[in-house]
Design a protein around this ligand. Structure first.
Ligand code: GLN
Length: 493
């Protein structure tokens, strides 16, 4: 039965409806694959009993010709999404024993549509990181390896468990979140497809907050069609999130395969960085040629404030994080360390509960928000944010439909290779992705080919607000043109 894990989400959906196999068989195949893949550390919690019960209910509905758009399809959930009755840790010690009494809106929509939860996926602690190495429960190992090497490679972050599980066929698709690149960068590193929708498209309710003005939910999937199917269920207005936007959710799947003739694609010169590897540049130019061949028109554009995006992001995101994480005080959730008095209890709890990267972000955030530095850092970063947004608006107003860029400045690296001496080295991974969050725009990453070392490389498309459909049709055109990528060798099984 393990070959059922080879199916795409769309093929599994069609197979279930055609009664070629059952949801219980499909779920069992994934549970067996997960059991063999524990060396990857992708799942923090496996929920086989819940999964099999849900699959049996799906089979009953399917037998009657009923069932939602995701009926019987096994998915993984990033452990930043609150799941009712199932531990939710945000990969932090401070939430070690936290079992939510509620379900996030986005995951509840997946269950409404019939999906089956396989378990909770590992991530960087509170989604802060680009390699999944900040998880309190150990790093995720990518299913990919460099040619002729058994060095452990990072899957990217913060949605490293989601990306690794999708790439290793440990689920048909996974939820993820993106504050500065956490859907798109891990998708690029693992040869998967990830879309960060427009800010406001998916409800943030019930997802552990990192930086509320930047956070968005989205899927990581094995191909563009699967991502479109998942996003349709995840998206939608929610009165419980005041930043959720009340717009109808399109049937994104119909955009996959639609013609891209005449679409105007902007190529921003500011994304060609000094010292960027030649193979990333070559990949980008191949992407340009593929879109041109499919009938798109290519235009050179300028986004002049791009180089300020990363420093501004690393002020805005920690500022919001320091405020959001104030709630973990040992009183209401998770961990509590006894102290002499209440102040001491707070301090003991937070010192024991937060890992080094989270502590760094809280300190940076508190610093840039403090009375003497607020104007110099936080206010300036907000001004830069406005300028970045304006750069994109000017481009889109000039008739550009989408923008093509590389997803990351390099392929994935080995565990322990980056950021140990200087955290900024790790932050530089996000140089092509943070602009999109700062402007609230949708961005999708698709695989473009392999690096010389045999690791996946991704291309990013950035779209106009709420025009995810355009991104799906352009991404499908890139997917069609890109060389077919074999899944990684299952060295872990
Ligand atoms: N890597 C970025 C950071 O560490 C983005 C993380 C994210 O999108 N959640 O902040």
């Amino acid at each position: 039965m393990t070959d059922l894990t080879r199916l795409s989400l769309a093929a599994a959906r069609d197979g279930l409806r055609a009664k070629k196999f059952t949801a219980v068989e499909l779920t069992r195949a994934h549970l067996a694959a997960m059991e063999k893949a524990r060396a990857l550390n992708a799942y923090l919690v496996e929920t086989p009993d819940l999964a099999l019960a849900a699959a049996a209910s799906s089979d009953a509905r399917l037998a009657k010709g009923e069932g939602g758009p995701l009926e019987g399809l096994p998915l993984g959930i990033k452990d930043l999404y609150c799941t009712k009755g199932v531990a939710t840790t945000a990969a932090s010690r401070i939430l070690e024993n936290f079992v939510p009494h509620y379900e996030s809106t986005v995951s509840s929509q997946l269950w409404r549509d019939g999906a089956v939860m396989l378990g909770k996926l590992n991530l960087d602690e509170f989604a802060m990181g680009s390699s999944n190495e900040t998880s309190a429960y150990g790093p995720v190992v990518s299913p990919w390896r460099r040619n002729g090497s058994d060095a452990k490679i990072v899957p990217g972050g913060s949605s490293g468990g989601s990306a690794a599980a999708v790439a290793a066929h440990l689920c048909l698709g996974a939820t993820a979140t993106d504050t500065g690149g956490s859907i798109r960068q891990p998708a690029a590193f693992t040869g998967t497809v990830g879309i960060k929708p427009t800010y406001g498209r998916c409800s943030r309710w019930g997802i552990v907050a990192f930086a509320s003005s930047l956070d968005q939910a989205g899927p990581i999937a094995r191909d563009v069609r699967d991502a479109a199917i998942m996003l349709r269920s995840m998206a939608g207005y929610d009165a419980k999130d005041s930043t959720s936007v009340d717009l109808p959710t399109p049937d994104y799947e119909t955009a996959v395969g639609a013609s891209i003739k005449g679409k105007r694609i902007g190529i921003p010169k500011e994304y060609r960085l000094d010292g960027m590897s030649a193979e990333i540049d070559a990949l980008w130019m191949r992407g340009v040629a593929w879109l041109k061949d499919a009938g798109a028109e290519i235009v050179e554009i300028s986004l002049p404030h791009t180089r300020h995006a990363l420093p501004a992001y690393y002020i805005v995101a920690p500022a919001e994080a320091s405020s959001n994480l104030a709630r973990y005080d040992g009183v209401r959730y998770g961990l509590r360390k006894p102290g002499r008095d209440i102040q001491d209890m707070y301090e003991q709890t937070r010192a024991a509960g937060f890992g080094p990267e989270v502590r760094r972000r809280i300190m940076i955030g508190a610093y840039v928000l403090s009375a003497g530095y607020y104007d110099a850092y936080y206010v300036r970063a907000q001004k830069i944010r406005t300028l970045i947004k304006r750069d994109f608006e000017t481009t889109f107003n000039a008739g550009v439909d989408a923008i093509l860029t590389p997803a990351t400045p390099s392929p994935a690296f080995a565990i322990g290779e980056k950021g140990a001496a200087d955290p900024v080295e790790m932050y530089l991974n996000d140089v092509f992705t943070v602009t999109v969050n700062m402007a609230g725009l949708p961005g999708i990453v698709v695989p473009g080919g392999l690096s010389a070392e045999g690791l996946p490389l991704g291309l990013q498309l950035i779209g106009r607000p709420f025009e995810e459909e355009t991104l799906f049709s352009l991404a499908a055109a890139l997917e069609q043109a890109a060389p077919r990528m074999e899944p990684p060798q299952a060295w872990w099984a």
